[in-house]
Design a protein around this ligand. Structure first.
Ligand code: ZN
Length: 430
């Protein structure tokens, strides 16, 4: 007898072209059949009226451990992940200490496996201490378990260092992920530069401060014949640069965060620090460009840039408030807006949160193939609910969606055949 049968759900598995009412049978932590298997199972989940898809992947998360555990830690971040249907996530290296040496990468992986809820794949630092001056021992970081490289939070500003990083990481098939920000244009800024920054009387961050770094990096990626990935793309100019680079055959990819395609800079009116992030929310024109990029495939990944911050870091005036919002628990409902608006179909959307990021990172997840690990998300695409930030599993509550009605709710998250989240509760104790 099999362990688990997910019955009568609408199964969507973009990697295998599955988009049909079917059952999913799980045994020994693996998917053994998708279709109408005759076997019985120890536990059955009735998924009628729900979507059954591969567990989501979020390739851009800040887990704050080690060093800032009052904001988030690997366990609380894992709970937030599975509550959002996420079974694999990549954590950024701007912790304290930085993920710039093998020991700390191994420590993160160990802590994640103790928590046991969600796969955590560390992203190694490009430069030591993220200070942009000296490359890390990239090979050693990979041997310890790093799946890509980034100095996220900071740009790799030095062209020569960026070129070397691209060449070196590419020589063993790994991605360099750039936080594209020209600090000489943005330092001191806290929102998008434009009429909103003028109206609020605060320093702005011009979109050109994103575009110029992306333009330079694309030239370097061409020079180095390397793979290059733009994190949290937010400006019309940057989307157009990536589109042209792809058309020219370069190995350039990018991701968009839900807030950048769902919200605009107007959210910060009233000095709302829960709408302050980096890159900032931009204009409606930029938002439409990001949506068009998602539609035409220029942007192949949706990732949250989940950035938990304590109240004290946010309630100190817009200019001094920390950048970032939590995102793991709102990724799916906010992104489903793209389907309702006719931008993407459901398989197209799910691919951007499963198979596409997994493929970029050479990971073996994001599919419901027979023999694959049974990492699965089940959600009700029509369920509406009001987000209460005090009910988030994340330790931090900095979300612009507090009090808003969202459509689409995760009902079950399954990792390695175990139900880790069911009807609002974490079902496995770490
Ligand atoms: Zn960033």
């Amino acid at each position: 007898m099999a362990d688990l049968l997910i019955k009568d759900g609408h199964v969507i598995d973009p990697a295998n072209g599955v988009d049909d009412i079917a059952d999913v049978l799980i045994e020994g932590g693996e998917i053994v059949a998708v279709g109408k298997p005759k076997s019985k199972a120890g536990k059955t989940i009735d998924a009628k009226g729900r979507i059954v898809c591969p567990g989501l992947m979020d390739m851009h998360v800040h887990l704050r451990e080690p060093g800032q555990e009052w904001k988030e830690d690997i366990e609380s971040g894992s709970k937030a992940a599975v509550a959002g249907g996420v079974t694999s996530m990549c954590c950024m290296p701007n912790t304290f200490p930085r993920l710039d040496h093998a020991g700390v990468i191994r420590q993160v992986i160990e802590r994640a496996s103790e928590a046991g809820l969600c796969h955590v794949h560390p992203i190694g630092a490009v430069t030591k201490n993220l200070d942009g001056k000296e490359l890390t021992e990239m090979r050693e970081l990979v041997r310890a378990g790093a799946v890509a490289f980034s100095d996220d939070g900071m740009p790799v500003w030095h062209g020569g260092i960026m070129r070397k990083a691209l060449e070196y990481a590419s020589s063993f098939g790994f991605l360099v992920i750039q936080h594209a920000e020209d600090l000489q244009l943005t330092t001191g800024g806290c929102v998008n530069e434009g009429w909103i920054s003028t109206q609020l009387g605060v320093e702005g961050m011009p979109a050109e401060g994103e575009d110029d770094i992306v333009a330079r990096d694309i030239m370097l990626a061409k020079l180095a014949d390397a793979r290059y990935h733009v994190a949290h793309i937010s400006s019309k100019g940057a989307v157009e640069l990536v589109r042209r680079a792809k058309a020219g055959g370069l190995k350039v990819s990018t991701e968009a965060a839900p807030h950048h395609f769902a919200l605009t800079e107007e959210e910060v009116l009233g000095f709302n620090a829960d709408a302050k992030m980096n890159p900032p929310l931009r204009t409606e024109e930029d938002r439409q460009a990001v949506i068009e990029g998602l539609r035409d495939g220029t942007i192949e990944v949706i990732a949250t840039d989940h950035a938990p911050h304590h109240e004290d870091d946010k309630r100190c005036g817009l200019s001094c408030a920390a950048f970032g919002i939590v995102g793991l628990e709102t990724m799916l409902p906010v992104s489903l807006g793209l389907v309702r608006d006719g931008v993407l179909d459901l398989p197209g959307l799910i691919a951007k949160m499963t198979y596409n990021p997994a493929r970029l990172l050479n990971l073996d997840t994001g599919t419901l193939s027979e023999g694959a690990a049974a990492d699965i998300c089940i959600f009700d695409p029509e369920a509406t609910w009001r987000l209460d930030r005090d009910k988030l599993f994340s330790k931090s509550k900095n979300t612009p969606w507090h009090g808003r009605e969202l459509t689409g709710k995760v009902t079950h998250t399954i990792k390695g055949g175990r139900v880790v989240f069911e009807d609002g509760s974490i079902t496995v104790s770490p």
